[in-house]
Write a protein that binds this ligand. Structure first.
Ligand code: NDP
Length: 286
């Protein structure tokens, strides 16, 4: 009798747009692992999530990724959680361990790994994060953990449309909140700019920001991955700045779940990037 395939999935509402099934299936094929990774549509609400998680656990799933709008409820329903997920206040990964559910957040290490791949030198670095939602919290926590060998610390500024959310997040990590209207002027003191808002995403308004004040050595990162090349990244490249797109972080964060549920190898390589870019291009066709 054949062993049953290892099974996992991603829960969200909506979920049809998720690239996670493509990523996990690609790695499983590369490795020859008998794995199933499914998109699972679960309506908003803590009770709906709880029921779905109980059913998936009973069905023998190894775990599930969790995306909008369930990330905060996912943390609340877990029996145990990493300190990182608790600090961020949200989980995007639930692992089923016997009758217990363990929560983790792979967005923060995913962002840190993506930045590392760019040979980013941290320490005495001044970062400006735009946004104060779930992904901004993950990015800010990743930045707050970064140190250089000399012990230099990241200086973090946060700008958000609703200022109190930026202030709360800044307080958590010893950063500084700046008014949303001052985001362009603030760039003179910034080495690393990160867009962690949904602005610039397909169907959302553009991100309005003037990059002229950024120094020549600055890096511009955008968490938005649809489109892959956002207007922000285009403007940064036109100025000759180094850039980091949202696909890189998306692929990096998926390695945590894949390695823990399916196998040892999960390569973030050109082949995977091309696969995801092709899928996004096909979806954009009228
Ligand atoms: P949230 O809904 O938690 O946060 C949205 C953020 O965008 C808030 O800071 C919100 O500000 C801001 N925002 C929304 N509309 C506007 C507007 N019109 N003007 C100014 N600010 C606005 O979303 P997430 O943090 O989960 O996701 C943000 C983006 O990051 C999305 O595009 C998502 O796809 C992407 N993402 C990418 C990942 C990756 O791996 N590359 C991982 C996770 C997310 P306010 O608080 O004032 O409402």
């Amino acid at each position: 009798m054949n062993a049953r395939p290892k099974t996992a999935g991603v829960i969200g509402w909506p979920i049809g747009h998720s690239l996670s099934p493509l990523i996990h299936r690609h790695w499983a094929e590369q490795e020859g692992v008998d794995a199933v990774y499914l998109p699972i549509l679960v309506e908003p609400g803590a009770d709906n999530l709880k029921r779905a998680v109980a059913a998936l656990r009973a069905a023998g799933f190894a775990g599930v990724n969790v995306t909008l709008p369930h990330k905060e409820d996912a943390l609340k329903l877990a029996d145990t959680a990493t300190a990182l997920a608790r600090a961020i206040g949200a989980a995007n990964m639930l692992t089923f361990q016997g009758d217990r559910v363990h929560a983790d957040n792979s967005d923060a290490p995913g962002f840190a790994a993506a930045l590392e791949a760019l040979s980013f030198r941290n320490g005495e670095c001044r970062a400006l994060v735009l946004g104060a939602g779930g992904s901004a919290r993950a990015v800010v926590h990743a930045l707050s953990q970064m140190r250089d060998p000399a012990g230099g610390e990241m200086r973090i500024a946060i700008a958000n449309r609703h200022a109190p959310r930026a202030q709360d997040l800044a307080r958590l990590v010893g950063g500084r909140a700046i008014p949303w209207e001052d985001r362009s002027a603030a760039l003179a003191d910034v080495d690393l700019l990160i867009n962690a808002t949904s602005l610039g995403m397909v169907g959302e308004p553009p991100l309005e920001i003037d990059l002229r004040a950024l120094g020549a050595g600055a890096i511009v990162a955008d968490l938005v991955y649809n489109p892959v090349e956002t207007a922000l990244l285009r403007a940064a490249r036109a100025r000759g700045l180094r850039t980091l797109d949202g696909l890189e972080m998306l692929m990096q964060q998926a390695t945590c779940a894949y390695r823990s549920w399916f196998g040892a190898k999960a390569s973030v390589d050109r082949e995977l990037r091309l696969l995801l870019e092709k899928a996004l291009a096909e979806r954009a066709r009228p």
